[in-house]
Design a protein around this ligand. Sequence first.
Ligand code: COA
Length: 180
Amino acid sequence: MTTYKIENGSLITLRLAEENDANEIINFYKQVGKETTYLSFGENEYLVTTEQQISTIKEINTSKNNIMVLALVNSKIIGIGTISSSKRKKSEHVGILGIVVSQNYFNNGIGSRIIKYLIDWCKTNKITTKVSLSVRKDNLKAVALYEKFGFSIEGVLKNETLIDGKYFDILAMGLMLDTV
Ligand SMILES: CC(C)(COP(=O)(O)OP(=O)(O)OC[C@H]1O[C@@H](n2cnc3c(N)ncnc32)[C@H](O)[C@@H]1OP(=O)(O)O)[C@@H](O)C(=O)NCCC(=O)NCCS
């Protein structure tokens, strides 16, 4: 667990998700699903039950190459970062990064803290050697943030996302941990 202060004086805590966070996590994902179109799920599409969320957290916390980190202010979730990896030998070394911060807390360095936490964890779990992610090409802020941490663009998936009749390209980005 790590705690620090942001400019407006709020104390931010970063810690691993626990099973009793399940309902708060669901509510948070439902909320951010409304706030942004940059996530893979839209409004009313985070259809996970409490039992399913608990079982996911249990699985994450007993695995060596998966993690869910919560950013909290006064015990309220304001950001979540995840590394999700396969159990299969051929791909267990690839950690897929997911991140979202509540829009009320954008541009306070919280996303950067979460990404650093995830990358540092990957470097020490003795399995992950590459971090991958997918990001909408027009999500310039996220792309800049990933580049700041050393991610590079590995490819473009054309028309992968369709929102209200408009297609968007997705960038595949990657970070090799043995070179950072
Ligand atoms: C992307 C996201 C996680 C960033 O979180 P955050 O807490 O606002 O990030 P930070 O405050 O650490 O960093 C923001 C950086 O982007 C920069 N920035 C802000 N707007 C920008 C823009 N339009 N273009 C480029 N950079 C921008 C800021 O200056 C800051 O740069 P710095 O680190 O050099 O100071 C957050 O905006 C978010 O959750 N967005 C919606 C969901 C999403 O897009 N998730 C990623 C899906 S792949």
